[in-house]
Design a protein around this ligand. Sequence first.
Ligand code: F6P
Length: 534
Amino acid sequence: MIPSSTWTTLKDRAEAVHDRPILDLMDEDRAQDFAVEALGMLFDYSKTNIDAETRETLIGLCATADLDARREAMFTGKRINETEGRAVLHSALRNLDGKRILIEGNDVMPRVLGTLARMEGFARSVREGNYRGQGGPITDVVNIGIGGSDLGPAMAAQALVPFHDGPRTHFVSNVDGAHIADVLAPLDPTTTLVIVASKTFTTIETMTNAQTAKDWMAEQVRDPAAQFAALSSAADKTWEFGISETRVFGFEDWVGGRYSMWGPIGLSLMIAIGPQRFREFLRGAEAMDQHFRQAEPLANMPVMLALIGIWHNQGCGYATRAVLPYEQRLARLPAYLQQLEMESNGKRVSMDGDDLPVDSGPVVWGEPGTNGQHAFYQLIHQGTRVVPCEFMVGKHGHEESLSHQHRLLVANCLAQSEALLRGRSLDEARKSVADKFEGSELERQARHRVFPGNRPSTTLLYDSLTPEVLGQIVALYEHRVFVEGVLLGINSFDQWGVELGKELAKALEPVLAGDQSTDGKDASTARLVGWLMA
Ligand code: F6P
């Protein structure tokens, strides 16, 4: 555990340098030195206010927090999710070589690889038309899940559209009936496969939507359950729902929901892109796992990404960070990372139950560029708060005939980080409007056109968004979250903070149905209920 005095030292350091121009640090070696190149990707953090001494301090935090030992504990199946008594082994799902991973002496790999083979067999039979609906080969797959049982496959399915050669895939998550109604409306139930993705098979949103889908299918399909598959650890509940065990793909309690798309939760993606490409996706993540385990901190992409995060959030006090993929197909990446980062590291007590001596993980948000530029970048450039930005862009797009558009996309991405770094001085601003205004009006107009600059950003470059590269990027962020969690001394793998709302919603449902009174509710909630029921 990092002592509070060390956090204070880090904050003091951040305070001491907060006005220092990053541009002053930009000697000819900096772009080379303040970057990590690995697995065909380049992570540049030279546009941050980190100098060599600060970096040493940050790397020192890893030793203080015993990162090496914690990391090995994760990869080797120790029960590091201490509040739930579970191991954390999503990396086993992409351990394609099948090297033994033991949890208390039992190798988990035979089961992992067995399930992968079953998924591949099922995906192939759907794609090749051997598994059929009542009306013929499957044309559409609807994944019903929420949180980790939705965000990962939904994000990845969109990211990998150029690789889709299977049935169309759709995702339903919200309990708002509008979601499922809109998704199902254009579909033919006789050629639709519904996948119910829920680790627990109790999540109210998912089970409600699953029943709605079953009723929809029952209107035209004699045996609706025959067109359902389940991705779940709860075999008894999938059985009760009527789904044959041949189409149930289970996983163990050591796979957290937000870390689960590498296994059965990825089935909809596998059906869309095919088992071979799904394996490439796993291979990318596996390569990042090995890099994370082996590389020295300075050359370790997840470690350095995490240390930049710690510097900005816990050191400099920047409460949010924006993730800005210049890749339209990564439109759902910010939402995916919101769960990954905020459900993992949004915790106010340490592993021991003590109050954290420092802020927990930051608010994560974002949108693809260039769209965000025409929406919220105004605040990023000229607002009073600093938002560290995490840009990412590929060297190549998939649309060869539109390479001029890709060039424009890349130019915008690089221009934004350059603008954040350089800013525009009052003098430059005056010059830009000197032909239009004069005197005090010139001064007033110029001040509106000043960009303070010196705003930190990082940039991740990759070749093009293939399944393998996507696997690398997602695993990079998973491990970043892990490192930040270890430094904060928290358990990144539980999520007790989602429970209270769930319990209260369950209790409010009969109140809204008119079966119970609002007795015991606070005055505001009672009034809102009253208004809705009037
Ligand atoms: O609400 C939190 C959560 O437990 C997430 O962690 C999880 O990804 C999601 O709900 C869905 O859970 P399940 O897969 O059990 O339906």
